[in-house]
Write a protein that binds this ligand. Sequence first.
Ligand SMILES: Nc1nc2c(ncn2[C@@H]2O[C@H](COP(=O)(O)OP(=O)(O)OP(=O)(O)O)[C@@H](O)[C@H]2O)c(=O)[nH]1
Length: 323
Amino acid sequence: MIQSFILTGFLGVGKTTMLTNTVKEHFSDKKVAIIVNEFGDIGVDGNILKNVHSEVLEISEGCICCQLAQEFESGVIEIMNKYNPEIIFVETSGASEPFPIFLSLQNLGISVEGVICVVDAKNFDSYKENSTAKYQIGGSNILVLNKTDLVTEDELEAVKKDVIEIKEKYNIKNTLTGKKIFNNYVINQAQQGIVHKEVFEGVYKVDEIIGLAKEYERLDHTAQDSITQKVVYLKDDIAFSDVDAVLKSLPKSIYRVKGVVKTKDVPNPIVINYAFGNDSYEELENYTERSIMIFIGESIDDDVNLLCEKFDFLNLPRFRMTK
Ligand SMILES: Nc1nc2c(ncn2[C@@H]2O[C@H](COP(=O)(O)OP(=O)(O)OP(=O)(O)O)[C@@H](O)[C@H]2O)c(=O)[nH]1
């Protein structure tokens, strides 16, 4: 039976980082397939993951936990037929919930060995009130407190306490029986998403659930959430300092920026990663498409327009707005 893991967690918490590091560290001898669903339609994570693994299927243009359930299932079948993997990892977008994906995998006869929710220990306070974030915790059985290098022990304890409280409140239940679906859960810690191998050894395998799909009512949460994204292309190659200038001028409403940008001063295109005030850059080989930045946050349209006015190398696509 094919094994699978679902990776969930809010925007920018470190899911792609975990996948990149985990597969390298623990699964170099296995045939691994990765399915990644990005928030929106641009494959930044897909490009990063493809640099590390050969089998990466991107499902974009929507959310696999609601609008794209069917596309997700056919994607899984496609990857099984083409590649015959031993393990499938599904990285859900930071704006989806894991439970519908869990049901889809089980419907396809795939064993779910764990639903992992990555929590950003540094920025948890900034997003813990978001309802999707709560359902991500409630729908998982392995909670990983990541970015532990950025917090003190006391801060980490406080996050852990909050996470447990949310887990208890949002732990998903079978609406027919009233019983908890994930009876047990564990809380782990990580830095750069690296967790102990035990997490991936199937000790937290989730029991099969039968006949529950119709009972899950929170479908199409994207209709209610106020998180939006705006895609911006860059006209020309720019100086690295310009990228920095953009990130330093972000208003509070924009809490996540991803992108791949070609600069005049760095040989390879750089991957930009900005989450809640922290930024990082990494070079990416083999990227030949246009420079792009994706801004994600709450009600950000006007703020992104202002940024584009201020930095004239930022160019809003005229006919392109997702979500
Ligand atoms: N300091 C620190 N930074 C981290 C850690 N884990 C991830 N990061 C950084 O956090 C940023 C976001 O990481 P990603 O792995 O892209 O996050 P994600 O959850 O896949 O993000 P989305 O695709 O928006 O959902 C990147 O700049 C990472 O380098 C960590 O443990 N410590």
